[in-house]
Design a protein. Structure first.
Length: 275
């Protein structure tokens, strides 16, 4: 028997034979890194080199004069009202609440879109910060400026050097500033999730508001942390360099295109490009 198709006559298979049906294949888009501004890896390399250079300088007892001068100025210009205001604003950089807020936004967006992808940024950010900020603090073992006015009541000159591993760990975790680093990384994740979440409610998040969420809280935390004497100036600068590096890595991740395993593929609706 002969079957006629649009392309011509095609002989039918013999009776009793097994015909293999070709399954349709799904073509996945090539996973590519997202664009960041400024583009390229030169800024990432510069941030890494700057962090290493700053650490080496401090290990060689350099820049202590700058740190001491800034800390002394803050000590003499800290009236009660300004101090309490700065302490309140500094809560913007608390790592645990920021982690919970970002995770909550991710869960809410995941439920509304029925997708697991919004959970990926907070999980990845947690892993990155956990593996970098904490270990660096323990390795560099530097006390905070306030370590001379409260426990362990060190002489002022002993609060400046790095690698004081003879001190209990809780008294030597100033470098780099975790408040500053957490603020930059986590507010970046929050801005990433908040915009599509508002879209699911029929609202639009203006680009300027996204920028404000990413910039204003970290700037406030940077200033208040130094002003309160909770970190040296160089601690906060190191926190900036490390956090901007982590933030650029997170912003490059193509969250909507990452391949998912097994059953998760049934819940892989994109969110950064929603709707």
């Amino acid at each position: 028997m002969v079957r006629h198709t649009a392309t011509g006559a095609v002989p039918s298979p013999p009776a009793g034979s097994v015909v293999r049906v070709r399954e349709p294949t799904t073509v996945r888009r090539k996973v590519q890194l997202r664009a960041v501004r400024p583009p390229g890896w030169w800024l990432d390399a510069l941030l890494l080199v700057g962090l290493v250079a700053l650490t080496v300088a401090l290990a060689a007892d350099r820049l202590f004069g700058v740190d001491r001068a800034v800390a002394d100025w803050a000590d003499t210009h800290r009236p009660t009202v300004a101090r309490w205001t700065a302490m309140t604003l500094n809560y913007l950089g608390q790592g645990t609440p920021l982690t919970l807020i970002a995770a909550g936004l991710g869960v809410l967006l995941a439920v509304r879109l029925r997708s697991v992808r919004p959970l990926l940024p907070p999980v990845t950010a947690f892993v990155l910060t956990y593996l970098t900020i904490g270990p660096l603090k323990v390795w560099t073992a530097r006390p905070a400026p306030s370590a001379s006015s409260k426990e362990p009541f060190l002489p002022p000159e002993q609060t400046l050097p790095l690698f004081q591993h003879d001190l209990p760990v809780r008294y030597a975790q100033s470098y780099p500033s975790g408040h500053v680093a957490n603020a930059i990384v986590w507010y970046g994740v929050i801005a990433l999730l908040l915009a599509p979440l508002l879209t699911t409610y029929g609202r639009r998040m203006p680009p300027r508001l996204v920028t404000a969420v990413r910039v204003v809280p970290p700037l406030v935390v940077f200033c208040t942390t130094i002003y309160l004497g909770w970190h040296w100036l160089t601690d906060s600068v190191a926190g900036l360099a490390l956090a901007f590096l982590l933030d650029r890595l997170l912003r490059r991740v193509p969250w909507d295109d990452l391949p998912l395993p097994g059953r998760l593929r049934q819940h892989d609706r994109p969110f950064t490009s929603y709707p």
